[in-house]
Design a protein around this ligand. Sequence first.
Ligand SMILES: [Zn+2]
Length: 259
Amino acid sequence: VKSTRKLSRRSLLLAGASLTVVGCAKQNGMLTSRPRPLWPTVIPAPQPPHTVSLPPVREPVYQHYSSDVASSHTYAPAPAPPPQQVPSNGVQFVPRHAWTRVSPIRARLNNMGGVNRITVHHEGWKAVWFDNWADTAERLRLIQKFHMGDSRGWGDIGYHYIIDRDGRIIEGRPLHFQGAHVKANNENNIGVMVLGNFDKQTPSLKQLSSVQIAVSQLMKRHRVPLGRVYTHQEINPTSCPGSNLQPTMVALRRNGHLG
Ligand SMILES: [Zn+2]
């Protein structure tokens, strides 16, 4: 009886092995005939768990926060580069004070009063190939100056978060202020800008990964459903966020990589 059992076990094992081989061969055949994905190949793999933590929304204390701030605000060089909050996945969150000393002009700003949507943009100016902090901070100050200057006259840089070429997630306009990034649709709308012009270049993989992380965290924190995550061109007629980022944003949403 013993030997029969041994034999039958062995023959079962052998049968199993041959089945496995047949199975693999079949699977391989199916794989090669499978249609290619419909969306671009630049989608970053989902990175659970998301370990970057955006700081809690709080009332900031601005040193020069008064009605005369408009006349006194100057474009002083920003303080030293920020090595703050580098989590294990390498994504760095950079607070606002690391790149600007210019206070928001409260008289020109509305309170956000809650968040129920998120809109993704590109900068849309010159292509951006630099990823070092000094050039990035300089560019942010330039955008802020433009937004606060005569041509726009806003109370601060228009976006709440900026994602630079190195994937840093940088705080822009404090979140308790309404942004200025989608004409006539800024209410309760977080503005996330990806630095660069994606009609002229493609976003870096680090940028795409950080877009995914930042938007997902903001969705969770503010309970924004996927259907309320937009790109600029989905709200207003514009090419923003560019022909090289728009399809990726659509794919990130459609394939469950956000939230
Ligand atoms: Zn835009």
